[in-house]
Each structure stands twice: as C-alpha cells, then as structure tokens.
Design a protein around this ligand. Sequence first.
Ligand code: GZL
Ligand code: ZN
Length: 355
Amino acid sequence: MKRIIGKNLIISLSILFITIAIAVIISVTLIHSKTLNNSLTKKNIKNSDKLILGFSQIGSESSWRTRNTQSIFEAAADNDIQILFDDAQQKQENQLKAIRSFIVYQVDVIAFVPIVEDGWDNVLQEAKDAGIPVILVDRQINADPSLYAGFLGENGVEEGRRAARYLVNKCKNRSGDINIFEISGTENSSIVEDRARGFREIISTNSKFKIIHSENGDFLRSRGKEIGDILLASNVLENGNTTNTIYYNKQKIDVIFSHNDSMTLGFLDSMEAHKINPKGKGTIIISIDGEQECIDAMIAGKINCVVECNPNHGQMLMALVKQIARGEPIPRITYNYETVFTEDDNFSKYDPRGY
Ligand code: GZL
Ligand code: ZN
C-alpha cells in the first residue's frame, strides 16, 4: 500500500512539474513573438519619413517579368520611396504570406501582381482592416472591388484583339480554313483569360478561323520548347528530312498564337532543333510582350507579329502610391501605353526594347 501512495505522489509531482514547464515555455514564446512583431513595426524599419511600399512580385518567369521588376525598383529610387520586396517564386501562398508581413510591418501602401485571379478576398480584407490601401499591378482579380484602390497594367483583352486583327488582315485574301494552335500562359491568370477572350472576339467574325488546340505553356520558354518538341516530332520523316508544314492530329497548322514571347522563343528553339527553317515555315507566328529577342526574330523573318505588353509600370505605380499617400483616390483602372510590331514595319524606327 505504502509503495502505491509513494508512487502516486511521484506521478502527481511530475505532472505538476511538466505543467509548470509548459506554461513557462508558452509565455516565453508569446513574449518573444510580441517583441518580434513590435521590433518589426514601421518605427524600426522606417529609416526616415519615406513612404514604404510593400511589393509582392510573382517571380522571374520571363524577361518581361524581370524588366517589370527593374522598372519598379528604378522608379522607387527616383521617387525616394522605400520598397519591401518579395519574390513569390510563382506561388500564390508566398504572395499571401508576403502581404500579411507587409500588414505586420504597417507599410503605407501594398502593391502586388496577383499570379492568379482567385483567392485574395481574405488577405485583402485584412489589409483593409489594417487601413493599408492596395494597388493591383499587371494582372486583375475576382474580388470585391472595395478591397483594393485600383489596377495598373495592360489591357489584355485589347492585346488579344490586336493579335487577331493582324491575323485577319494577313489572311484577308486566303480562302479555306485557317487552323490555329494556341500556346496559352499561366492557367487561371486574368491575363490569359483576357488575351484569349480578345483574340476569339475578333477571329469569330470569320468562320474560316479555327482554334484546333490550346496548350498551356505557363509563360515559360522551357514549356514552349516542350510543346514544340511534341508537335514537331511528326515532322521528322523516315529519311531524316523534315517537312516545314506543322500538323496537329493530322490537321495542318497555319497559325501559332502564343500568349507570351518566352513561350514563342521556346517554340522557335524547337523548330530550329528539328531543322525546320523558321523563315520558310509557312506557319504564321504571333506573339505578345515585345521582348528584344522576339523583335529580332521577327526582323529575321521567323515571327510575323509581336503585340507589345509594356512592362514598365514603375513610374506610373509610384505616382499612384504618392497620390494614395496624400489621401487622394486613384483611378479604378490605369492602362499602360502599348503598340503592335509587325513584319511590314520599317524596323529602323524601332528603339531598343530594354528587355
Ligand atoms: C502580362 C504579364 C505576363 C507577360 C509574361 O501582363 O502578366 O506575365 O506577358 C509574364 O511574359 O510572364
Ligand atoms: Zn476569370
């Protein structure tokens, strides 16, 4: 009996000891994290009364994106605005984390490129509750419009229309079906939906235009090459020669419509790897962005049309940030200037693209 009492005493003492230890650990952690948050608030990161902009960028998937980021940094420096920058490595979850950290830092304004169009309501409500205005850059979202101050970027629908208008004009004297193979960008991104919608709106004016297939290339050069490799494998004949005509499911492809230059360049890489002479290809290639390498490919006769998507958002963004900081409303939509480059242009008039 004595042993049992002794044993019970030891058990209850050790439970008491463990409980106290756990309580101590929890309180220390809470204090630490509170201090951490306090130490990261604006007064500790503000090195002067500079405006602080929290910017979440999606990644560096294309030269276009790299230029987009550069323009943001250059303009922030020109305007004496301090940037907290986060590269999301193409993951929405990283953008959500970054925006939440901007809220903890109590930045003055948050701007971000939403990689996809859904899933932003909660984090934007948290920013609104914290009194921090948000500007969408480059891509749009499906969310309550009261959750963000405005959008700065390009008119993706018009870019799609411009690509199609070039094609309709190019084929105005051609009869018979014009089969189109589309290489689209990141799924569920507003820009892909917009470009696809604008392109279809214009080609639907004439039933000879048929989109026979659409493949997702995620805006990546590597994916553009992979798509080319799959498509062009059938171009290599038994005798090792290749045909210039491209087929998909035994249907002749007359047009490649690619949602960005990186994927187009990847497709060209594949054409060259399969010894298909891009000049004599006979296939019309239309691309969007306006990267120097694509413009050069068009001048070399490998591409027919490059629709500009202007990545230089920096100066316009900083003007909007300062406007908001003055307590002034900003336009719901601000579009960047854009044009179209085609094989019929006087190329000597072109300025260097800078990306
Ligand atoms: C367009 C932008 C696209 C570019 C691609 O506004 O979101 O993302 O066209 C980039 O090059 O990857
Ligand atoms: Zn949508």
